[in-house]
Design a protein around this ligand. Sequence first.
Ligand SMILES: NC(=O)c1ccc[n+]([C@@H]2O[C@H](COP(=O)([O-])OP(=O)(O)OC[C@H]3O[C@@H](n4cnc5c(N)ncnc54)[C@H](OP(=O)(O)O)[C@@H]3O)[C@@H](O)[C@H]2O)c1
Length: 289
Amino acid sequence: MRILITGSNGQLGNEIRVLAENYPEYEFIYTDIDELDISEPNKVEDFFSANRPEAIINCAAYTAVDKAESDKHLAYLINTTAVENLCKAACQIDALMVHISTDYVFDGKYWSPYVENDPTNPQSVYGRSKLAGEEAVWKYARKGLIIRTSWLYSAFGNNFVKTMIKYGTEREELNVVSDQIGTPTYARDLAKAILDIIPNALEMEGSSLYHYSNEGVASWYDFADMIIKFSGINCIVKPIQTKDYPVHAVRPCFSVLNKAKIKETFNITIPNWRESVKDCIQRLKQQPN
Ligand SMILES: NC(=O)c1ccc[n+]([C@@H]2O[C@H](COP(=O)([O-])OP(=O)(O)OC[C@H]3O[C@@H](n4cnc5c(N)ncnc54)[C@H](OP(=O)(O)O)[C@@H]3O)[C@@H](O)[C@H]2O)c1
């Protein structure tokens, strides 16, 4: 089975590359903006008809949440219009479109883990552009799989784990918000889940929506504290409130995702976030500086 990965130089795309050797039944085509700019509909259509993948995993996105507030056009171009391009081209070759979305489609005012059909109410440009991307899948994909995830980190790219290790090494104290609650998600775990469920997803008709994050619940403060402890860094992590850490985009104060649907439908187990943070930090320790 031929699988096209878009945005393959990002966190999720790179974790798929690492796992690829465990899936000899798949042939992967890796692209990022230089090989396939998903915002260009004609190029997408030509690429799809020349390469004819059976599934597309769209790892490309505009993920700079705060920058998106002043860069609305580009955020919508990549997170919405480009998704429409991919879905239309996928339809023409009858391919499965796997699309990744976000917990930031919710407003966080609901204090129970979100299920897939809970009402959305994004509070940021990024969240609204991603929700519009989901709507593009519902509207234009013949076979679509939308997976919402949260607080993604990995051994690749810039992310919260790497930032905490860097600042924790440089400073004696770190202030981290403790009143935003969610679940960190290891991109490697998400990558494995996607690759495992693709054969079943290919058999399904129409489009469907699932939530996937690691198991458990954390604040950003809990997450930072864990990172610093596992890394063996001598730094004090202090809890602060969101109001004392001003940023451009509003984040949901609660965005834990309920994963029952994806676990039951595809019979997968999901690691607890603490175990996955350990794994990521071990890998980072093994990487050359
Ligand atoms: N990161 C999170 O915390 C988080 C949380 C929830 C959901 N998600 C979702 O999870 C998915 C994967 O996120 P990620 O963190 O792996 O993203 P990422 O690391 O930011 O990777 C995205 C990749 O897409 C590329 N890209 C940008 N514009 C493109 C275009 N026009 N054509 C092709 N490629 C393009 C980027 O290139 P450049 O780097 O050069 O722009 C980058 O390599 C995204 O859909 C994201 O919205 C992420």
